[in-house]
Every structure is written in C-alpha cells, then in structure tokens.
Design a protein around this ligand. Structure first.
Ligand code: ADP
Ligand code: TRP
Length: 330
C-alpha cells in the first residue's frame, strides 16, 4: 500500500461506454486496490454543460453504480459526490483570488471555444459561461482540498492538473507552505478503443457501445461494427480491426493469441468474429451488469455509499479549508 494520496474526478455527462471502461474506469479500480484514493463524481463540473438536474442525477448514479459493481474497494477508496462537500465552494472562492485571469485565458477548453466562435464569425466569448471559463479553478480546488499527490487523468486533462500545481504555487508563494503540489499521471496512451465506425469510441461521434447495454442491444451493436469487405477466406489484419482491438481488452492472453492467429489466417469471417467478440464481452460483463442493474433499482443504497464517502471526505476537506482560511483571513 503506497502512502501517496490519489485523487480523481469523473464528470457525469454521459452514460459510460466501453472506451470509458477500458481507458478510465478499469485502471482506476485497479489503482484503488493499492492506494488511498479519493474518487468523486464531478457533478459541479457537469453544470456548465448540462442544465437538467434529472440528467445529472441519473449520470451520477450510473457512474457510482458502475464503480461499485466493478468492485471498487470502498475501504481504500473514498467514493463521493463533489457537490456534497460544502468546503469545495469555499476553497474555490479563496483560490479565485490568487489565480491570474491570464491563466484561464490559456486553458485549452476555453481556447477551443474561442477558436470555434471566431471561425464561425461569432463573438469570441459567445456561449461561454463563467463555469466553463473558471473550470480549472474549481478543478484545482478539488485537487488541493484533499492534499492529493497524484492525479490520474487522460491526456486532455493534463493541463488542468498543471494549473492546479501552478495555483498551489501562487498561493504558497504568498501565504507559506499551505497547499500540497500535485503531479498529473497520464494513463497509458496505448488503449484507445475504436467505436462502431472505427474512429475513437466517443459520445461526440455517436459510435459508442454502452458499457451496460442489455444483452440484446450489445449483440446488435457489435453486429453493426463496420468492417471492410474481405471474404471469410481472405486473411485479415488484427491490428487494424475494430473487432480484434475490442476483443483484446476482454480476453485472456491465450484467447487473444488464438483469436489473432485465426483472424490472420483464411477461414474466419467477420460474422463469426463478431459473434466470438459478443460472447466474450457478454460473459465478462454479465455479472457486473446484474449488480449494476440491482444498484440502479436501489438508489437509496447508492446514496448511502455516497454519504458515507462524503463523511470521510469532509474530514480532510475541513482541515485543508481551515488551514487556508487561517492563512488568508487570520
Ligand atoms: P467521450 O469521448 O465519450 O466524451 P470522455 O472524454 O468523457 O469520453 O472520456 C472520459 C474518460 O474515458 C477519459 O479519461 C478518456 O481517456 C477515457 N476514454 C474515452 N473514450 C475512450 C476510448 N475510445 N478509448 C480509451 N479511453 C477512452
Ligand atoms: N475535469 C475532469 C474531466 O473533465 C473531471 C475532474 C473534475 C477531475 N475534477 C477533477 C479529474 C479533479 C481529476 C481531478 O474529465
């Protein structure tokens, strides 16, 4: 057990898909086995995009239920909902006052919005709310509130963790050594999961296989994976095939080797390959899906786990906030 504090937030903006599972959720569960981990559902971060409370709640439960169903170790991991911790709003306000506006101007997500607007001939800030503009400050507050050492994120979030480090540095420069500086940890870049059309699986491309699609829907989606028109007798390249790329994240080493050999030799058609893929994914996910569905039918059980997590998170959050308030306000 490492004594490093790991922290990560998951934004409840969509129903998780196989790409999220392989690229983010599964590695997090593994990390939580050997580290003290704060894992929260970043519902406040979803607010700049989703203005429907029912939808935010639905996605919050989905993410919590998935993590629990996948066997997250709730002893090592403190699982909670970001908005349940009142200290976060307060630290956010405090950090506003040491964060240069220019830092926010440099944030990738804000710059991307400005670029899109400029290209469309609109006002640079059209459609940009302050939640989006100050998003990196709230994320810095998340990270600093729990004294995080390491923050595992996808490459797109690395800049935000660096900003959290910068903001802690500005704070400490003025007020002394109060906040711990975090390090980003970028997940393995090798595992980009392709979607139904062969591009990166992403809700923005509408090409996803939902992680817990009911069996029938899972089968239908897998049968719909786009392939080239090679006949069963033609050998196929496993490394460029969506079918094989998905299979290898669910099968054992020997199953992967067997599938690779059969795929690369004449004889296996795409239909057969898809059936094997479906059966593999379905057998791995069925027990987890059953537990997920049980939890989703019992939101009170999810709430109880999130409440317990919030109580544990609050202990650390209130200590950090006290330190910050004393440093800033005397
Ligand atoms: P989406 O692209 O569907 O909007 P997000 O950006 O919300 O997904 O991704 C959340 C997390 O899931 C990120 O950490 C990201 O690295 C991971 N992830 C998303 N899509 C994939 C994919 N196709 N392959 C691997 N990891 C992915
Ligand atoms: N911004 C992250 C995302 O969009 C989610 C997030 C919010 C987060 N707060 C965090 C991640 C703190 C790591 C640490 O995916």
């Amino acid at each position: 057990m490492s004594d490093k504090i790991v922290l990560t937030g998951i934004k409840p903006t969509g129903t998780p898909h196989l790409g999220n599972y392989v690229g983010a959720l599964k590695p997090l569960i593994e990390m939580a086995q050997s580290n003290k981990t704060f894992m929260f559902i970043a519902d406040l971060h979803a607010l700049n995009i989703i203005h429907d409370p029912k939808l935010i709640k639905q996605h919050t439960y989905e993410i919590a239920a998935i993590l629990i169903a996948l066997g997250l170790d709730l002893n090592n991991a403190v699982l909670f909902r970001q908005s349940d911790i009142a200290e976060i709003y307060q630290l956010n306000t405090m950090l506003m006052n040491v964060t240069p506006k220019g830092l926010m101007n440099r944030a990738h997500s804000y710059k991307a919005a400005v670029d899109r607007n400029t290209a469309a001939g609109l006002d640079a800030d059209a459609g940009v709310n302050m939640g989006l503009y100050t998003y990196p400050i709230l994320m810095a507050a998340d990270i600093l509130l729990y004294n995080s050492d390491t923050v595992p994120v996808g490459a797109d979030q690395k800049q935000h963790v660096e900003f959290a480090r910068d903001i802690a540095g500005y704070f400490n420069h003025i007020y002394g050594n109060i906040l711990k500086l975090p390090e980003p940890v970028i997940g393995r870049e090798t595992g980009l999961i392709p979607g139904l059309d062969g591009r990166k699986m992403s809700k923005s491309y509408d090409n996803v296989i939902p992680l817990f699609a009911p069996e029938k829907e899972l089968k239908k989606k897998i049968m719909r994976i786009i392939t080239d028109s090679k006949t069963p007798d033609e050998p196929k390249d496993p490394d460029t095939s969506t079918i094989f790329q998905l299979y290898k994240h669910f099968a054992t080493e020997s199953e992967i080797a067997e599938f690779r050999a059969a795929f690369a030799a004449p004889g296996m058609g795409y239909g057969t390959a898809k059936t094997i893929l479906f059966e593999k994914i379905n057998s791995v996910l069925t027990p987890v899906r059953t537990e997920y569905e049980r939890l989703m039918a019992n939101p009170a059980e999810i709430e109880a786990i999130l409440n317990d997590g919030a109580n544990r998170a609050r202990v650390v959050a209130s200590e950090t906030l006290d330190r910050v308030k004393r440093a800033m306000l005397g």
